[in-house]
Design a protein around this ligand. Structure first.
Ligand SMILES: [Zn+2]
Length: 217
Protein backbone atom coordinates (compact mmCIF):
# COMPACT_ATOMS: atom_id res chain seq x y z
CA UNK A 1 0.00 0.00 0.00
CA UNK A 2 2.85 2.40 0.77
CA UNK A 3 4.37 1.80 -2.64
CA UNK A 4 0.94 2.54 -4.19
CA UNK A 5 0.73 5.80 -2.22
CA UNK A 6 4.23 6.79 -3.37
CA UNK A 7 3.44 6.06 -7.05
CA UNK A 8 0.14 7.95 -6.99
CA UNK A 9 1.78 10.94 -5.35
CA UNK A 10 4.65 10.82 -7.88
CA UNK A 11 2.21 10.91 -10.82
CA UNK A 12 0.24 13.75 -9.20
CA UNK A 13 3.51 15.71 -8.87
CA UNK A 14 4.37 15.06 -12.52
CA UNK A 15 0.96 16.41 -13.60
CA UNK A 16 1.73 19.58 -11.69
CA UNK A 17 5.29 19.91 -13.04
CA UNK A 18 3.99 19.61 -16.62
CA UNK A 19 1.34 22.25 -15.93
CA UNK A 20 -1.55 19.83 -16.51
CA UNK A 21 -2.85 20.69 -13.07
CA UNK A 22 -2.26 23.84 -11.06
CA UNK A 23 -2.96 24.60 -7.41
CA UNK A 24 -5.64 22.28 -6.06
CA UNK A 25 -7.34 21.53 -9.40
CA UNK A 26 -7.58 18.01 -10.76
CA UNK A 27 -7.11 14.65 -9.08
CA UNK A 28 -5.84 11.14 -9.65
CA UNK A 29 -6.59 7.65 -8.42
CA UNK A 30 -5.50 4.04 -8.77
CA UNK A 31 -7.28 0.77 -8.21
CA UNK A 32 -6.10 -1.17 -5.14
CA UNK A 33 -7.34 -4.35 -3.49
CA UNK A 34 -10.98 -3.84 -2.48
CA UNK A 35 -11.30 -0.30 -3.81
CA UNK A 36 -9.13 2.59 -4.88
CA UNK A 37 -6.69 5.20 -3.62
CA UNK A 38 -7.43 8.85 -4.49
CA UNK A 39 -5.86 12.28 -3.97
CA UNK A 40 -7.41 14.40 -1.19
CA UNK A 41 -9.81 17.30 -1.59
CA UNK A 42 -8.53 20.87 -1.75
CA UNK A 43 -4.84 20.20 -1.11
CA UNK A 44 -2.10 21.52 -3.39
CA UNK A 45 0.33 18.81 -4.47
CA UNK A 46 3.33 20.54 -2.88
CA UNK A 47 1.69 20.04 0.51
CA UNK A 48 0.65 16.45 -0.12
CA UNK A 49 2.35 13.51 1.56
CA UNK A 50 1.65 9.81 0.88
CA UNK A 51 -0.52 9.57 4.03
CA UNK A 52 -2.83 12.30 2.70
CA UNK A 53 -4.06 10.05 -0.11
CA UNK A 54 -7.45 8.60 0.78
CA UNK A 55 -8.22 4.91 0.62
CA UNK A 56 -11.79 4.23 -0.59
CA UNK A 57 -13.70 0.98 -0.74
CA UNK A 58 -15.35 -0.12 -4.00
CA UNK A 59 -18.56 1.72 -3.04
CA UNK A 60 -16.73 5.00 -2.47
CA UNK A 61 -16.69 4.95 1.35
CA UNK A 62 -13.44 6.35 2.83
CA UNK A 63 -11.36 3.72 4.66
CA UNK A 64 -8.62 6.05 5.86
CA UNK A 65 -8.34 9.54 7.32
CA UNK A 66 -8.80 12.61 5.14
CA UNK A 67 -11.37 13.89 2.69
CA UNK A 68 -11.32 12.40 -0.82
CA UNK A 69 -11.36 14.59 -3.92
CA UNK A 70 -14.85 15.94 -4.57
CA UNK A 71 -14.78 14.05 -7.88
CA UNK A 72 -14.46 10.60 -6.25
CA UNK A 73 -17.78 9.51 -7.79
CA UNK A 74 -16.60 9.23 -11.37
CA UNK A 75 -13.41 7.49 -10.24
CA UNK A 76 -15.53 4.90 -8.37
CA UNK A 77 -17.99 4.47 -11.26
CA UNK A 78 -15.18 4.04 -13.82
CA UNK A 79 -13.56 1.28 -11.70
CA UNK A 80 -16.93 -0.42 -11.23
CA UNK A 81 -17.86 -0.44 -14.90
CA UNK A 82 -14.46 -0.76 -16.62
CA UNK A 83 -12.44 -3.69 -15.24
CA UNK A 84 -9.59 -3.04 -17.68
CA UNK A 85 -8.99 0.43 -16.19
CA UNK A 86 -6.74 0.61 -13.11
CA UNK A 87 -5.92 4.32 -12.97
CA UNK A 88 -7.86 7.52 -13.61
CA UNK A 89 -6.50 11.05 -13.99
CA UNK A 90 -8.61 14.20 -14.08
CA UNK A 91 -7.15 17.54 -15.14
CA UNK A 92 -8.19 21.12 -15.78
CA UNK A 93 -5.28 21.40 -18.21
CA UNK A 94 -5.42 24.56 -20.35
CA UNK A 95 -6.00 23.24 -23.88
CA UNK A 96 -8.28 20.30 -23.07
CA UNK A 97 -10.32 22.61 -20.84
CA UNK A 98 -10.49 25.30 -23.54
CA UNK A 99 -11.90 22.76 -26.01
CA UNK A 100 -14.26 21.47 -23.29
CA UNK A 101 -15.53 25.03 -22.76
CA UNK A 102 -16.33 25.15 -26.47
CA UNK A 103 -18.08 21.78 -25.96
CA UNK A 104 -16.24 20.46 -28.99
CA UNK A 105 -15.63 16.82 -29.68
CA UNK A 106 -12.06 16.30 -30.96
CA UNK A 107 -12.22 14.72 -34.43
CA UNK A 108 -9.49 12.56 -36.02
CA UNK A 109 -7.43 15.55 -37.20
CA UNK A 110 -4.23 13.71 -36.11
CA UNK A 111 -3.64 9.97 -36.03
CA UNK A 112 -2.51 10.05 -32.37
CA UNK A 113 -6.15 10.52 -31.38
CA UNK A 114 -6.12 6.70 -31.45
CA UNK A 115 -4.43 6.70 -28.02
CA UNK A 116 -7.77 7.73 -26.56
CA UNK A 117 -9.20 4.43 -27.83
CA UNK A 118 -11.29 5.55 -30.81
CA UNK A 119 -11.36 8.05 -33.64
CA UNK A 120 -12.79 10.90 -31.57
CA UNK A 121 -12.44 12.28 -28.07
CA UNK A 122 -16.00 12.94 -26.97
CA UNK A 123 -17.10 15.86 -24.83
CA UNK A 124 -19.52 14.89 -22.06
CA UNK A 125 -22.44 17.31 -21.54
CA UNK A 126 -22.14 19.79 -18.68
CA UNK A 127 -23.08 18.69 -15.16
CA UNK A 128 -22.15 20.08 -11.73
CA UNK A 129 -18.72 19.01 -10.42
CA UNK A 130 -18.86 16.16 -7.94
CA UNK A 131 -22.38 15.17 -9.00
CA UNK A 132 -23.71 11.76 -9.97
CA UNK A 133 -24.98 13.41 -13.18
CA UNK A 134 -21.39 14.33 -14.09
CA UNK A 135 -20.24 10.78 -13.43
CA UNK A 136 -23.05 9.35 -15.59
CA UNK A 137 -22.22 11.76 -18.43
CA UNK A 138 -18.49 10.95 -18.17
CA UNK A 139 -19.07 7.20 -18.26
CA UNK A 140 -21.13 7.55 -21.39
CA UNK A 141 -18.50 9.72 -23.11
CA UNK A 142 -15.84 7.17 -22.10
CA UNK A 143 -17.61 4.24 -23.74
CA UNK A 144 -14.97 2.40 -25.78
CA UNK A 145 -12.52 5.21 -24.94
CA UNK A 146 -9.74 6.02 -22.49
CA UNK A 147 -10.30 9.75 -22.42
CA UNK A 148 -13.06 12.32 -22.69
CA UNK A 149 -13.60 16.02 -22.19
CA UNK A 150 -16.08 17.34 -19.62
CA UNK A 151 -18.00 20.39 -20.84
CA UNK A 152 -16.97 23.64 -19.11
CA UNK A 153 -14.71 21.67 -16.79
CA UNK A 154 -11.73 19.61 -17.99
CA UNK A 155 -10.62 16.16 -19.06
CA UNK A 156 -10.55 12.55 -17.82
CA UNK A 157 -7.83 10.11 -18.91
CA UNK A 158 -7.64 6.46 -17.91
CA UNK A 159 -5.44 3.44 -18.43
CA UNK A 160 -4.45 -0.04 -17.37
CA UNK A 161 -1.68 1.40 -15.17
CA UNK A 162 -0.93 4.79 -13.62
CA UNK A 163 1.79 5.40 -16.18
CA UNK A 164 -0.60 4.59 -19.06
CA UNK A 165 -3.27 6.92 -17.69
CA UNK A 166 -0.61 9.61 -17.34
CA UNK A 167 0.59 9.06 -20.93
CA UNK A 168 -2.99 9.32 -22.20
CA UNK A 169 -3.55 12.57 -20.23
CA UNK A 170 -0.37 14.13 -21.62
CA UNK A 171 -1.23 13.07 -25.17
CA UNK A 172 -4.81 14.34 -24.97
CA UNK A 173 -3.60 17.72 -23.73
CA UNK A 174 -1.11 17.86 -26.65
CA UNK A 175 -3.80 16.89 -29.15
CA UNK A 176 -6.12 19.60 -27.83
CA UNK A 177 -3.30 22.14 -28.16
CA UNK A 178 -2.54 21.03 -31.73
CA UNK A 179 -6.22 21.11 -32.69
CA UNK A 180 -6.63 24.55 -31.12
CA UNK A 181 -3.56 25.86 -33.00
CA UNK A 182 -4.70 24.37 -36.33
CA UNK A 183 -8.13 25.99 -35.87
CA UNK A 184 -6.44 29.41 -35.64
CA UNK A 185 -5.30 29.06 -39.25
CA UNK A 186 -8.18 27.23 -40.84
CA UNK A 187 -10.28 24.10 -40.76
CA UNK A 188 -8.04 21.07 -40.08
CA UNK A 189 -8.27 18.15 -42.56
CA UNK A 190 -9.89 15.13 -40.94
CA UNK A 191 -8.63 11.57 -41.42
CA UNK A 192 -11.12 9.12 -42.94
CA UNK A 193 -12.52 6.04 -41.19
CA UNK A 194 -10.30 3.88 -43.42
CA UNK A 195 -7.20 5.91 -42.54
CA UNK A 196 -7.99 5.59 -38.84
CA UNK A 197 -8.60 1.85 -39.20
CA UNK A 198 -5.06 1.56 -40.59
CA UNK A 199 -3.74 3.52 -37.60
CA UNK A 200 -5.42 1.07 -35.21
CA UNK A 201 -3.95 -1.87 -37.13
CA UNK A 202 -0.48 -0.33 -36.87
CA UNK A 203 -0.92 0.46 -33.16
CA UNK A 204 -1.86 -3.14 -32.47
CA UNK A 205 1.51 -4.17 -33.88
CA UNK A 206 3.26 -2.03 -31.26
CA UNK A 207 1.24 -3.35 -28.35
CA UNK A 208 -1.24 -0.75 -27.37
CA UNK A 209 -1.45 2.45 -25.52
CA UNK A 210 -3.94 2.78 -22.73
CA UNK A 211 -4.17 -0.87 -21.65
CA UNK A 212 -3.42 -2.85 -24.80
CA UNK A 213 -7.01 -2.21 -25.81
CA UNK A 214 -8.45 -3.72 -28.90
CA UNK A 215 -10.42 -1.08 -30.64
CA UNK A 216 -14.07 -0.97 -29.74
CA UNK A 217 -16.10 0.98 -32.27
ZN1 LIG B 1 -12.51 18.95 -11.95
Amino acid sequence: MNADRESLLAITRKLSVLGLNRGTSGNASMRVEGGFLITPSGMAVEHMSPEDLVRMDAEGVPQSAGKPSSEWRFHKDIYQSRPEINAVIHTHSPFATSMACLRREIPPFHYMIAVAGGDTIRCAPYALFGSQALSDAALQALQGRYACLLANHGMIAAGGTLQKAFDVAVEVESLCEQYWRALQVGEPCILSTQEMTEVFEQFRGYGNWATSPVRKA
